[in-house]
Structure formats: structure tokens, C-alpha cells
Design a protein around this ligand. Structure first.
Ligand SMILES: *[C@@H]1O[C@H](CO)[C@@H](O)[C@H](O)[C@H]1NC(C)=O
Ligand SMILES: *[C@@H]1O[C@H](CO)[C@@H](O)[C@H](O)[C@H]1NC(C)=O
Ligand SMILES: *[C@@H]1O[C@H](CO)[C@@H](O)[C@H](O)[C@H]1NC(C)=O
Ligand SMILES: *[C@@H]1O[C@H](CO)[C@@H](O)[C@H](O)[C@H]1NC(C)=O
Ligand SMILES: [Zn+2]
Length: 307
């Protein structure tokens, strides 16, 4: 064996080591479960953690400038879909990177990856909740602040990341915009399976709903290392998918069998404020109703509110 071969061998061993560690480092049950994450990752016991239970009676109205989505409507040239043992994740290998700016963001954020959280049945599975209510599935589109050189760099800054977060509701019909993703999901059932796909559906297809109303708050990654660097944008309207489509996520394997659930329980809000962007472009017609009276008496606090 030449010196180079040996060092390559060591490198490979090292990489495999990292992958193995990565896959076993944390989980959602027992001694690897969320209550133990803080033992190894001190940030996981911080005061600005995610997810949270959004109490719609305790939000502050704020009309942010419009969110500007760039490259969200273009097909993705080449993507990788991976079962990393914690979730199914989509990253972009080739082609233009979708970006977002505006809303609560002070900078332009570029796509890093998207992934999902789900539960053992349709009564739970989302990470964030609204009014104590869980949803069966939640999508996280993770974007990093392009003022920093990379996703990894951005992790060191308070305004490093934004997560565009979408909740799902059960529909009687299959959501056909997810057909291609369902095929990808089927191809990566095995732990650490990863497949490449060309000409993949656009990000816009994943999130083709009215996105004007959203909650926003400062929080963290919901998996270790739980860095408190995330501006959360939690859209109020849900994406409809069928029971069958949700069930497909539970067919993925992790090391202990099927990955039936991968949601972190909600964390305390502490001193944080949740803002609510109503997304009403039509102020005049709305203010002519009883909302005006409401606004006069109660300022920017919502007193009674149904989501
Ligand atoms: C954007 O800037 C404002 C004003 O400086 C600040 O209050 C807010 O926290 C910043 N938002 C983010 C997401 O960094
Ligand atoms: C859903 O799963 C949870 C957690 O395992 C369980 O407590 C609950 O009873 C289940 N609900 C239904 C309707 O199966
Ligand atoms: C949804 O798709 C699944 C799997 O492709 C199929 O078995 C099912 O019949 C479809 N449901 C509807 C309502 O079209
Ligand atoms: C504003 O509201 C009126 C009455 O509800 C409606 O006819 C109109 O289309 C709305 N305009 C916009 C820009 O939404
Ligand atoms: Zn997530």
C-alpha cells in the first residue's frame, strides 16, 4: 500500500465514522430522544428553541413588506433526495438556487435543503403547533443568509438562517404536485439511501397555496446542534395531501425499523414575541368592518382569533 492509499483509507474510515455518528447521534426515542439532546448539545437547552406552540391569542400584528420568492417557479435541474435516518431531505446539486428576501428578513437567503417531519398517525407529526393543534406533516425549507459564505458559516450568526415552514392537512384527494417527490421518496426507503433526479418539480409546486398569512418568530434548529439562528416563517394556510401520501413517509427506515415519527416536542416561548403578518393587501375593505373597532380597542393584540 502506498502512502497515498493509506491516507485515503484513513480518510474513508474517518468519513464513514462521521456518517455513522451522524446517523446514530440523536433520535426521537429513549436515551437518544429529545430530552437527552442537551447532554451532548448544550444549545438544545437554550431559551429560544423551536418548535413552539403558537398561541394565536398572543401574537403581535405586523404588516411586513412582501416576501420576494426568486427561482421558486423553475424546475430544479438536478437534486439529491436522501434518507439520512432522521428525515427525507432534498438538496440541489445543479442549477439555479431559489432565494427569498423581504418579509421579516433583512437579507437575501438561499436554498440549502428541504425536509419533513411527521408522526405515527395523522393526529400528530408537525413540530410547530397552532393553538395546541398538531398537524400530520410539516415541511421545512431551510435557507441560509447569503451575506455569509456558506450554510456552515451562517450557523454562527443570529440572522444566519430562515426556515419556511408549512403545515399539511388531510385531503380526500392526492396532491398531484407531489407525484414526482413521492416517486423519489419510494426510492430512498433504506437508511442512508440517496438518489439523484433531474428536472425535478419546482419549490413552488411544493408550496402552491396562498402564502400571504404567516407567523414569524426567532428560534432554533429543531435538531441538534439546536443553534438559535433561525427566523421562522410559519405559514398559516395548510397544504392538502392525502392519507396515502402522508403514510408514505412512515415507510422510510432508520436503524431501528420504520421511522414512524421525527418531531421534537414544543419548547417554551420565554421572552419571545410571535408576529403575525395577516397578509391583507386590501386594508380598506377590511378596516370598514368590525375589525376597525377591534383595532381601536385592542391595539396590535389579537383577542379572539380562529385558525
Ligand atoms: C432586521 O432588522 C431589524 C432592525 O434592525 C431587527 O429588529 C430585526 O431583528 C432584524 N431581523 C432579522 C431577521 O435579522
Ligand atoms: C396516534 O399516536 C399517538 C402516539 O403514539 C397515540 O397516543 C394516539 O392514540 C394515536 N391516535 C390514533 C387516532 O391512533
Ligand atoms: C392516491 O394515490 C394512491 C397511490 O398512488 C392510490 O392508491 C390512490 O387510489 C389515490 N387516491 C385517490 C383518491 O386518487
Ligand atoms: C379588495 O376587496 C374588494 C371587496 O372585497 C374586492 O372586490 C377587490 O378585488 C379586492 N382587491 C384586492 C386587490 O384584493
Ligand atoms: Zn426540520
Amino acid at each position: 500500500m502506498t502512502k497515498k492509499n493509506i491516507s485515503n483509507g484513513i480518510l474513508l474510515f474517518y468519513i464513514l465514522g462521521i456518517l455513522t455518528c451522524y446517523a446514530q447521534d440523536f433520535g426521537y426515542d429513549g436515551s437518544e430522544g429529545p430530552t437527552h439532546w442537551g447532554d451532548k448539545y448544550e444549545k438544545c437547552v437554550g431559551k429560544h428553541q423551536s418548535p413552539i406552540d403558537i398561541d394565536a391569542k398572543n401574537v403581535r400584528f405586523k404588516d411586513f413588506p412582501p416576501l420576494i420568492y426568486d427561482n421558486f417557479d423553475k424546475h430544479l435541474e438536478e437534486v439529491s433526495v436522501t434518507n439520512n435516518g432522521h428525515t427525507v431531505m432534498l438538496s440541489i446539486d445543479k442549477g439555479e438556487i431559489p432565494t427569498i428576501s423581504g418579509g421579516p428578513l433583512n437579507s437575501t437567503y438561499g436554498f440549502s435543503q428541504l425536509h419533513f417531519h411527521w408522526g405515527p398517525n395523522d393526529t400528530l407529526g408537525s413540530e410547530n403547533k397552532i393553538n395546541h393543534h398538531s398537524f400530520p406533516l410539516e415541511l421545512h425549507i431551510v435557507m441560509y443568509n447569503m451575506a455569509y459564505s456558506s450554510f456552515k458559516q451562517a450557523l454562527n450568526f443570529k440572522d444566519g438562517l430562515t426556515v419556511l415552514s408549512f403545515l399539511y392537512s388531510v385531503s380526500h384527494e392526492n396532491n398531484t404536485r407531489y407525484n414526482q417527490f413521492e416517486q423519489a421518496l419510494d426510492a430512498v426507503h433504506n437508511l442512508l439511501a440517496s438518489k439523484k433526479f433531474r428536472d425535478f418539480v419546482s419549490l413552488g409546486d411544493f408550496v402552491a397555496i396562498d402564502r400571504s398569512a404567516y407567523f414569524t418568530y426567532e428560534g432554533s434548529l429543531t435538531t441538534p446542534p439546536c443553534s438559535e439562528v433561525v427566523t421562522w416563517i410559519e405559514f398559516k394556510n395548510t397544504i392538502p395531501v392525502s392519507k396515502e401520501q402522508i403514510r408514505n413517509f412512515r415507510l422510510l427506515y432508520n436503524k431501528g425499523g420504520h421511522l414512524t415519527h421525527n418531531y421534537r416536542p414544543v419548547q417554551a416561548l420565554h421572552d419571545r414575541i410571535i408576529y403575525y403578518n395577516r397578509g391583507i393587501s386590501n386594508h380598506t375593505s377590511i378596516m370598514s368592518t368590525s375589525w376597525a373597532i377591534f383595532a381601536v380597542f385592542f391595539g396590535d393584540r389579537i383577542i379572539s382569533f380562529f385558525v
